[in-house]
Design a protein around this ligand. Structure first.
Ligand SMILES: *Cc1c(COP(=O)(O)O)cnc(C)c1O
Length: 375
């Protein structure tokens, strides 16, 4: 069993993917070929965002978003400490200061009710992460941003395809960034990413920053990066878009079924909190439990892959801890100790899912009887 079954996905889409790749090999426009604009327009259609800019990775999308808004050294950006390092990394790279706000203990997304207290005269932006594929409280975050003149940048690396109050992730804030890392809900075969916005000025800025700040050939009007996405990777995304709606449907169904099977087992496993005004595309199917190391070891012995997203909150990471109280953000600390992600992909079979849950329940029960409760 695979944690993310990319081989089964390729087998299902082989004809389309091979044909798309062959077409690029035939026309030979490896940089900014026609597939780049074609993918951008397809993804603008998918999210509803008027502008999509394809870039080299999800990290690059976040960096370009902050360059496009003109983030300056010393500017503060409010974000969650319970995320992949890239979210805070791009802030720090530009000399900005990540200001962490704790998560809601059940959804693991940033707690919007704590954001206002973290705003200072130096705050420029709020960067929520739609973790595990469920959008954060964007309406509240946008309202707070509106009151204080801040920009909201959604880190939608895990949530492409997710809906929130009838709109799509990527089209819920001034800027949004996603990733096509192979294991994301919509992945390519290497690195890739995209930035979304309704603001045509920001879209133009992002397009220029993507190619070294050029507004015309060899005419550099601003400081940019080498941030293009390869034509070949756009071709892979275009082929995968063919059945993306089906994959999203399938991921939601498998997520619901995981929840039902785990709840029915009666084992001491907490499910992620889900809000009624949004869905989850389960970039990771993540549960919360005690004795994680023992559980993970038992799963490994049963040949069930699992992973931890993420084992340390950012304020406990050496590169991001300076100036932060290690005891702050208790929900993030607790989640980092207890989350466990299970195999998830559109091609996961119900039979394999049954095996995962049976092994998980057995592992949790034996860990609970072998060890004293620690929390
Ligand atoms: C994957 C991910 C990123 C980075 O995307 P890359 O394409 O790997 O650069 C950023 N933020 C979050 C929350 C992610 O999951």
């Amino acid at each position: 069993m695979q944690f993310t079954d990319l081989k089964a996905q390729y087998a299902a889409l082989k004809t389309a993917i091979d044909a798309r790749i062959q077409r690029v090999l035939d026309h030979g426009q490896y940089i900014m070929g026609p597939e780049v604009a074609e993918m951008e327009s397809a993804l603008a259609g998918l999210t509803g965002a008027p502008h999509c800019v394809a870039v080299a990775s999800g990290t690059e999308a976040l960096l370009i978003a902050l360059l496009a808004i003109g983030l300056k050294p010393g500017d503060e950006v409010i974000t969650t400490p319970f995320t992949f390092a890239a979210t805070a990394e791009v802030i720090a790279l530009l000399g900005g200061v990540p200001v962490y706000v704790d998560i809601e203990p059940d959804t693991c997304n940033i707690d919007a009710s704590l954001v206002e207290a973290a705003i200072s005269p130096r705050t420029r932006a709020i960067m929520p992460v739609s973790l595990y594929g469920q959008v954060a409280d964007m309406a509240e975050l946008n309202a707070i941003a509106g009151r204080h003149g801040l920009i909201v940048v959604e880190d939608a690396a895990q949530s492409l395809g997710a809906s929130y109050q009838g709109r799509r992730s990527g089209n819920l804030s001034t800027l949004a960034c996603t990733s096509f890392f192979p294991s994301k809900p919509l992945g390519c075969y290497g690195d890739g990413g995209a930035l979304f916005t309704a603001d045509s000025g920001l879209a133009r800025a992002a397009r220029e920053i993507r190619v070294h700040g050029q507004s015309g050939r060899y005419h550099h009007t601003r400081i940019g990066v080498g941030g293009r996405m390869d034509t070949l990777q756009c071709a892979v995304v275009l082929a995968k878009l063919q059945r993306f709606d089906w994959e999203l449907e399938r991921r939601r169904a498998l997520g619901t079924r995981y929840g039902q099977l785990i709840a029915a087992s009666g084992a001491p496993i907490e499910l992620l909190g889900l809000r009624p005004d949004r869905d989850c595309v389960w970039a990771q199917y993540t549960v919360v439990l005690d004795h994680r190391a023992a559980v993970q070891q038992a799963l490994h012995a049963a040949a069930i892959p699992s992973a931890v997203h993420y084992p340390k909150p950012l304020h406990h990471q050496p590169a991001f801890a300076a100036g932060h109280d290690p005891a702050a953000h208790p929900h993030s600390i607790r989640a980092a100790q207890r989350v466990l992600s299970l195999p998830m992909s559109a091609d996961l079979s119900e039979a394999d899912q049954d095996r995962v849950v049976a092994a998980l329940v057995a592992a949790v029960e034996s860990a609970a009887s072998a060890q004293p409760v620690t929390v």
